[in-house]
Ligand binder design. Structure first.
Ligand SMILES: C[S@@+](CC[C@H](N)C(=O)[O-])C[C@H]1O[C@@H](n2cnc3c(N)ncnc32)[C@H](O)[C@@H]1O
Length: 227
């Protein structure tokens, strides 16, 4: 786990030194069929929790090689992929080359400063929180709130500590001596943690759900109320 947000960049550029290594660290396999199966499940959750509409501008925090963007870009007005790793974004650029409604944006590992306030309709962050320190998870939730238009939707997930597989992930990490822990080691969340981030960031209609190892949370940015 990097000590400082800037260390995320070096860590993930290194993990993405080859396309095979990038895919292994994004998905755990390189088989296109298995990647498509996993992506279909991600899209199913986005459709259920946020909705996917043709006029939406969608943004992914930690987009990796563009696994989700490849399937989502044809269904929305604009898809923006943000990632701390320029190497990951390079693979995403190739994967998404046939789409003319895609922007790929390098970020600093901490915030979404290149993205203007109230400029997107939906933001999601999947399979990323496990690699972030808690403060950085929350900061991305807060940043998602900032860049969403009123009425905009946000989704995030993490491995759930309070599940059997989540506990296995926890114990596998616990077995690694402290001095040997890799900087991208997986760290789980709990449902109250995810719910707290969404509520503290200001989201309304906050909901959470469990599925297998995952805990997911989503909410809506409310419209300003006028006296
Ligand atoms: C396991 S991959 C998941 C990629 C993508 N979300 C997917 O599901 O296919 C984690 C991604 O998060 C990115 N990442 C790691 N730390 C980050 C940070 N602090 N800020 C933004 N992206 C980060 C990595 O570069 C990598 O692309």
């Amino acid at each position: 786990m990097p000590d400082h947000p800037s260390a995320y960049k070096a860590t993930w550029n290194h993990l993405a030194a080859t396309e095979e290594s990038a895919l292994m660290h994004v998905a755990g396999y390189t088989d296109p069929e298995k990647i498509k199966e996993a992506t279909d499940i991600t899209l199913m959750w986005l459709r259920k929790c946020l909705g996917i509409h043709p006029m939406d501008t969608y943004l992914e925090i930690g987009c990796g090689v563009g696994r989700v963007g490849q399937a989502l870009a044809p269904q929305v007005h604009r898809w923006i992929g943000c990632d701390v790793s320029e190497a990951m974004l390079g693979y995403a650029k190739n994967r998404l080359a046939s789409h003319n409604n895609v922007d790929l944006v390098p970020i600093n590992g901490f915030d979404l400063s290149p993205i203007p306030d109230a400029s997107v309709d939906a933001v999601y962050c999947t399979v990323v929180f496990m690699h972030l320190q808690e403060w950085d998870r929350f900061n991305y939730v807060r940043e998602a709130y900032r860049i969403l238009k009123p009425g905009g939707r946000f989704f995030c997930d993490n491995a759930n500590l309070d599940s059997d597989i989540g506990w296995q992930v926890f114990m596998a990490s616990a077995a690694i001596p402290p001095e040997e822990r890799p900087p991208h080691i997986s760290r789980c969340s709990t449902e109250p943690e995810i719910r707290t981030y969404l509520i503290r960031a200001g989201f309304q209609d906050v909901q959470t759900q469990f599925a297998g190892v995952w805990v997911m949370g989503w909410g809506v940015k409310s419209f300003p109320s006028f006296p």
